[in-house]
Design a protein around this ligand. Structure first.
Ligand code: ADP
Ligand code: MG
Ligand code: MG
Length: 897
């Protein structure tokens, strides 16, 4: 088996399409080599080795060593150097982890591997640069000691142990904190000695001198880091399967720290925060890679290179354009300049905010880099709601006082109480507080806190800092590098602009322009919401609104699956139509019974002893329902409305506290004992499987009759007012054909009566929800009566999995952790289980009635993966809440292109 893939000097075993095997970094290093970009040679140890490692008690395949030796030989040939050479210029390597997608939380990169007490001397001799040679060796021991040997900060220590030694040394020799770059070769040499002593003291082992021992140790650390806590947390958040594993890249070193004609940088080919087409990044002269993101020295904008190293800058711009043309997407690159020569160390598709994704996609279509279908795919459906998220209320923000500014790293507006540590932020958010996480800078340990927070503030760090990176990806509002924010972790305060803020105080941040404000600021709808729902003309003229409109127009062109909405009021229906919904997929009629005094008539109906008394109470409800339906038909302007008849168990409508029961007794002029008795009677041990759904209409047909009458009278009235009404009456919780037959008979009778009375002709459909397994299994029979099926995937999930949605919270976490379920099945359809039953129902339903209309109306209708699954099943529509309609439309279009 081939475990090692080499690249270098224009040739590569692998290519950019091999990310599963080579990881993202390795595959793209191979690809860049192939297209002739300057990449230092190296090799990738495949993800299969990672799989093997965990399957075989952390051991390696026997042929791996020989393959790695061949890989090193290839690098030696191209570089003209030798690994472990104690005479000439030694080959030094970087060891770099590389999962399919870059993953914060994985092992840090180790640079300068191959240095030891002998090779440091040959490096010194070959370069005639002792300061450089010993600087490299000192860095190597520090990185290797930290990430491979685990010499890290212990509890109670304030600083990293290696950094503490440097600090102490500087004070001992220079009596002050001089810059690292001022340390002489002798200083570095002394530090190397002290570092090794520290390693010995902390680990009991001697620092490995043999380059091959070093290399095997580093590779093992990369594979080991796949299972560390931080990596596991990250994978869970982004649903990355454990089986993927990571690759290891071993690459010849190039040096950004040889002097003032060298340096290291990171950049995006376009601005990943707001989407502007500008070269965007940071650079440090005379530095090795990690320095740029570590925040020790403040990097300068990459544009400054234009003056400082014009030739390298021109080369960089050339590479920028080659990369965008080749990958046809915005790239996030890492590079090093060694004595004026540019080397590419990494490229990948840049993580971006939703706003940037939208602008990139529109600009790139105009530039003919991509077509409109690709543009649809370039906008992640699950990020789209970032664009719909509120901004600060323009009037309110004018009154607010800015107290600091930083870099706008994650657009949007956020207000919340500040917390200075991730654990406390998580705890506060769990109590329902809106939280801002404020840190001097963030590290992967802060990930949980960042997830819990509305927004993130850092005092240090640039556009490529950890905070900026994570915020972009999670769509968090973020202002980073706000130097005026002086945080004191011990005292739990932040001094900003002469004011002191304690933990729990409110701040507001605008991540679109980088401003920080004291206190809370009211938010306002985003331009897109304002333009669509409030007909705000100024908002409609913004670029963001126009781009969004264009995207949705393309979605409409591509899509097969319609998107309807779950709506119970005319307002909700109108909003959904403005978002592009093509009808209502679910009206929960019982919600209407809770408004105003109607609940009293409802309760009267439930408490009634006789059919006549029940009918009298229902007669009071009829006009309300009729008016509601009329409003909905008008808001729909001819689009169809699926109306579900009463579904929940009756006890949900009755008062449960003693006082409320007394009140009701007074109102209805009946003894409170009767109410208490009825509540008792209706009590159920398992209401989810109890007296609900069509079972209510079977026992009390007069309820169905009233609801049908309300629908048809409203339809008649709408039609007389010139609005076409298209009701689709849906009977819930059907498991037997006979249940549906009985209910449909009432509906049809009522329709006939109303048409005669009102002298109109109405069109309507009657169908059912498929939400219990028996209904799905006998769908062939049920389809003889049902003109449509709507999968009620909420209940179907509960009944197929035998899990109550309200109780699953206590164990679903453990299930996800153990990877029994990949995602919460109540949020994203269980495609293998519930999906299989849906397939059965669809097949049998269609066999009976080929043109049967199929849709879903569970919460899943707004989940991108579930929408794509519904497209595959060939459903006609999904239905979701009004504000999820854009997300569902985008996902539906993505499934179709
Ligand atoms: P990450 O995945 O955390 O970005 P990388 O493997 O990309 O880790 O390495 C981080 C940094 O280390 C790079 O940005 C680069 O500056 C430096 N680096 C990596 N490989 C080399 C190399 N072959 N020569 C010089 N510097 C390197
Ligand atoms: Mg990198
Ligand atoms: Mg249901």
């Amino acid at each position: 088996v081939k475990y090692v893939y080499t690249w270098g000097a224009g040739k590569a075993d692998g290519n950019g399409g091999m990310k599963p095997l080579l990881g993202g970094k390795g595959a793209n290093l191979a690809e860049m080599t192939r297209i002739g970009l300057p990449v230092p040679p190296g090799f990738t140890v495949t993800t299969e080795v990672c799989t093997y490692y965990y399957a075989n008690k952390k051991s390696y395949p026997s042929s791996l060593q020989a393959q790695m030796e061949a890989g090193i030989k290839n690098m030696e040939r191209i570089m003209g150097t030798k690994f472990g050479d104690a005479e000439g210029f030694p080959l030094l390597v970087a060891v770099r982890s590389g999962a399919r997608d870059s993953m914060p939380g994985m092992m840090d990169t180790i640079l300068n591997l191959g240095l030891n007490d002998q090779t440091v001397l040959s490096l010194e001799k070959a370069t005639r640069n002792p300061r450089f040679a010993w600087d490299c060796y000192r860095r190597f021991i520090q990185m290797y000691g930290d990430v491979v040997l685990g010499v890290q900060k212990r509890e109670g220590e304030d600083h990293e142990p290696f950094e503490s030694l440097i600090h102490a040394y500087k004070h001992e020799v220079y009596q002050t904190d001089i810059e690292d770059s001022k340390l002489t070769a002798d200083d570095q040499q002394e530090l190397v000695k002290r570092f090794k002593d520290l390693v010995k003291e902390r680990t009991g082992k001697v620092f490995p001198n043999d380059p091959w021992d070093q290399l095997r140790g580093a590779a093992g650390a990369v594979f080991g880091s796949w299972m560390n806590d931080r990596a596991i947390v990250y994978r869970r958040k982004y649903n990355i399967p454990t089986e993927w594993g990571t690759a290891v890249n071993v690459q010849a070193m190039v040096f950004g720290n040889t002097g003032d004609t060298s340096g290291s940088g990171v950049a995006f080919t376009r601005n990943p925060a707001n989407g502007t087409n500008e070269f965007y990044g940071e650079f440090l002269i005379n530095a090795q890679g990690e320095d740029v993101v570590a925040g020790v020295r403040t990097p300068e904008p990459v544009a400054n290179l234009k003056d400082e190293m014009p030739k390298s800058y021109a080369e960089l711009l050339r590479v920028r354009s080659i990369l965008e043309k080749h990958f046809r997407d915005v790239q996030d690159i890492e590079f090093t300049i060694q004595e004026g020569k540019l080397f590419m160390l990494q490229t990948r598709n840049g993580k971006r905010t939703a706003a940037a994704a939208l602008k990139f996609s529109m600009d790139m279509v105009r530039e003919k880099l991509i077509d409109w279908k690709t543009a649809i795919l370039r906008n992640p459906a699950d990020q789209l709601d970032q664009l719909l998220a509120p901004i600060f209320d323009p009037a309110e923000v004018k009154k607010a006082k800015p107290i600091a500014t930083g870099l706008p790293a994650g657009p949007g507006a956020a207000t919340g109480r500040i917390y200075f540590n991730a654990d406390r932020a998580v705890a506060a958010a769990a109590k329902g507080e809106k939280v801002l996480l404020a840190r001097i800078e963030t590290s992967p340990e802060d990930l949980r806190g960042m997830i819990a927070a509305e927004g993130i503030i850092t005092a240090r760090g640039g556009v490529s800092s950890h905070a900026a990176l994570v915020a972009r990806q999670m769509g968090k509002v973020c202002v980073c590098g706000a130097a005026a924010v002086q945080i004191d972790y011990d005292k739990k305060i932040a001094a900003i602009d002469g004011q002191t803020f304690a933990e729990g105080d409110y701040l507001s941040i605008d991540g679109t322009n980088g401003t920080i404000y004291a206190g809370q600021i009211k938010t306002a709808p985003s331009e897109i919401i304002a333009g669509l729902l409030h007909d705000d003309k100024a908002a409609q003229k913004t670029e963001k609104f126009k781009h969004y409109a264009q995207l949705m127009a393309w979605c409409a062109k591509a899509t097969k699956l319609q998107v309807r909405t779950n709506a119970d009021t005319p307002d909700q229906a109108a909003n959904a139509i403005a978002f592009g919904a093509t009808g209502i997929g679910l009206t929960r009629t019982e919600h209407m019974f809770f408004e105003g005094d109607r609940i009293d008539s409802m309760r009267e109906m439930i408490l009634a002893d006789t059919v006549a008394a029940r009918e009298a109470a229902l007669a009071k409800l009829l006009p309300y329902q009729r008016a509601d339906f009329l409003g909905i038909f008008k808001a729909l302007k001819g689009f169809p409305a699926t109306i579900r008849f009463i579904d929940p168990p009756l006890h949900e409508f009755l008062p449960h506290t003693k006082e409320q029961q007394m009140d009701l007794a007074r109102k209805l002029e009946i003894p409170v004992e009767r109410i208490m008795a009825r509540v008792n009677e209706l009590h159920e041990f398992n209401p989810m499987l109890g007296f609900r759904g069509c079972r209510l209409g079977i026992k009390y047909p007069e309820i169905t009759r009233m609801q049908a009458r309300a629908v048809f009278e409203a339809a008649a009235e709408a039609q007389k007012a010139g609005v076409k009404a298209r009701p689709e009456i849906m009977i819930p919780l059907v498991g037997f054909k006979k249940e549906l037959d009985l209910q449909v008979a009432i509906v049809n009778e009522t329709a006939k009566a109303v048409q005669t009375e009102q002298k109109v002709r109405l069109t309507y459909k009657v169908g059912t929800m498929i939400e219990v397994p028996r209904g799905a299994l006998t769908a062939g029979e049920i389809a003889q009566t049902a003109e449509f099926f709507s999968f009620g995937t909420n209940d179907l999930t509960q009944t197929v999995l035998g899990m109550s949605r309200d109780d699953a919270g206590s164990f679903l976490g453990a299930y996800q952790e153990a990877e029994i379920v990949k995602k919460n099945p109540f949020a994203s359809i269980d495609q293998t289980g519930v999906g299989a039953l849906m397939r059965v129902a669809i097949e049998n339903g269609r066999a009976t009635r080929p043109d049967i209309k199929l849709g879903i109306c569970g919460e899943h209708g707004g989940d991108p993966d579930s929408v794509k699954f519904c497209h595959k099943l060939g459903l006609a529509y999904v239905s979701c809440s009004p504000y999820r309609v854009p997300v569902a439309r985008l996902a539906a279009a993505q499934a179709a292109v």
